[in-house]
Design a binder for this molecule. Structure first.
Ligand SMILES: Cc1cc2nc3c(=O)[nH]c(=O)nc-3n(C[C@H](O)[C@H](O)[C@H](O)COP(=O)(O)OP(=O)(O)OC[C@H]3O[C@@H](n4cnc5c(N)ncnc54)[C@H](O)[C@@H]3O)c2cc1C
Length: 446
């Protein structure tokens, strides 16, 4: 069935389905990527902008079929388990196409990201969910040091006066006491920032210029100058490992996995105390499903910071199993000093840092025996590809044979091909629903 159903009234933009094709050869790749990695967002758009009910949405999968200048076409299809026989009455949900309109038309594929983010922000707002923010934040580097063989910790502080934490976010106030819209979440695991690597390349170029005898003010950022200092990679995602309020400032850790001569690693290694780092986008991680049930966390070096914070803020009576995959045995120690929420003392979990989340509401007495189990996997090679998924699945299978556990929830973040191969293996092995298995892509091997 290929009827075109229009989404809610706010999305009706063309009664005749005369949408403008973009005719860009890269569209197919973008569509494939969104369909593979962003199913939950597509379902969120359907939930926020169409009349489909939560019950109906539970029965379907969704995929983008095309991207037009005016919006995206999303098609529903019944999940295979729903088609026969019980779902026969739901056939109206099969192959229905919904048109979701952008706030403003796009003229080229490069404009898609901004409109897609706007759609996501509107959908999340309607659904009462935390969402992606396009905010610029400036931190100052205080220190950096290795915390395991290949993990570099950046200690950052947020410039400006601080105020009483509100809604678990440390907020800034300006000199007149007015609230600044910027905030750093102190009580959220996996909150990610897109760091602007170009900012430091530019700043370093200016510094070099001025020490060469030119006045910094004379620096002209015209096109060719910018090209000369532009790093191979303009930005990179790193997770807020932890943030807390300290006296009159916000302190934060960001842990960067160093894996050779790469733009992100080189940027982090070159940072000096007193330099600023700038972030341009930020978004929360999808971890709400971990509040109950037996969870397994599956991480490599890039997602160990998220797992560490998840454990510190663990809000589930059952401790998780953590599958920790590292290339180097020397990075397995990363989780050694991490204490689950109920075990964190009043000084913080290490380095004598005062941790703002120590006055948590957890019942320490009843949970003091909580321990999480780490299942270490050391591969001696970069942790990517479908073979790694097979290895993780096999190790999990062996563990569950020796330690019979009913796993109810999964959170993981890995390399793209590993994540893609692992999702179906886990769904089969653990017999879990789509919403209970969240395996994110944190990086791509090339
Ligand atoms: C939401 C989110 C949160 C993240 N949080 C963190 C974090 O807290 N800490 C962290 O270290 N990373 C984190 N990452 C991953 C990080 O953004 C990527 O690993 C990024 O690609 C690193 O950039 P790079 O310049 O080092 O390498 P790239 O420029 O991406 O690639 C250079 C080369 O290195 C290879 N490569 C890239 N990443 C890896 C890797 N992990 N292992 C082996 N080879 C690799 C590539 O295949 C390529 O050959 C996060 C990613 C996301 C999406």
């Amino acid at each position: 069935m290929t009827n075109l159903l229009l989404a809610s009234t706010e999305n009706i933009d063309n009664q005749n389905n005369q949408h403008t094709p973009l005719n860009d050869p890269e569209i197919a790749g973008v569509v494939a990527h969104i369909n593979e990695e962003h199913l939950d967002e597509l379902l969120g758009f359907l939930s926020a902008f169409t009349s489909l009910s939560t019950t109906e949405l539970d029965l379907v999968d969704a995929q983008i079929t095309d991207i037009y200048a005016e919006g995206i076409a999303i098609q529903t299809c019944l999940k295979s388990s729903e088609i026969q026989p019980a779902g026969a009455h739901n056939t109206s949900l099969h192959n229905q196409t919904f048109f979701i309109a952008f706030a403003a038309p796009i003229f080229q594929l490069d404009d898609l990201q901004a409109q897609y983010i706007l759609l996501k922000q509107r959908a999340d707002k309607k659904l009462g969910k935390k969402t992606i923010k396009l905010t610029k934040q400036v931190f100052e580097v205080q220190n950096s040091y290795r915390i395991s063989k290949n993990m570099l910790r950046l200690e950052l502080s947020m410039l400006s006066l601080s105020d009483t934490p509100l809604n678990n976010a440390a907020q800034l106030s300006n000199a007149k006491g007015a609230k600044n819209s910027t905030s750093v979440p102190t009580n959220e695991a996996g909150y990610a920032y897109l760091f602007d690597l170009e900012h430091n390349a530019m700043t370093n170029a200016l510094m070099t210029d001025s020490t060469d005898g030119n006045k910094a003010g004379d620096y002209k950022t015209n096109g060719s100058d910018k090209e000369n200092v532009r790093p191979a990679r303009l930005h990179c995602y790193y997770t807020l490992r932890k943030a807390w309020q300290a006296d009159d400032e916000i302190r934060a850790w960001v842990d960067v996995f160093l894996h050779g001569d790469t733009p992100g690693g080189n940027w982090a290694t070159a940072l000096q105390a007193g330099e600023t780092v700038v972030t341009k986008r930020e978004f929360p991680e999808k971890v709400e499903h971990l509040r109950d049930g037996q969870a397994v966390l599956i991480v490599d070096e890039t997602s160990m910071p998220t797992a560490a914070r998840l454990l510190e803020l663990w809000n589930n009576p059952t401790p998780p199993l953590v599958i920790c995959v590292t290339q180097d045995a020397g990075d397995q120690s990363y989780l050694d000093t991490v204490k689950m929420r109920s075990c964190i003392d009043n000084i913080g979990n290490d380095n004598s840092n005062t941790d703002s989340d120590t006055n948590n509401d957890c019942d320490t007495e009843s949970r003091k025996d909580d321990r999480f189990t780490v299942l270490p996997i050391v591969t001696n090679q970069p942790n990517s590809g479908a073979e790694l998924a097979t290895l993780i699945d096999r190790e999990l299978g062996d563990y569950l044979t020796d330690n019979p556990l009913q796993i109810d929830k999964v959170w993981g973040a890995l390399e793209a091909n590993t994540a893609k191969a692992l999702r179906p293996l886990l769904k089969d092995r653990l017999e879990l629903s789509r919403t209970d298995v969240v395996v994110k892509v944190y990086w791509r091997h090339d």
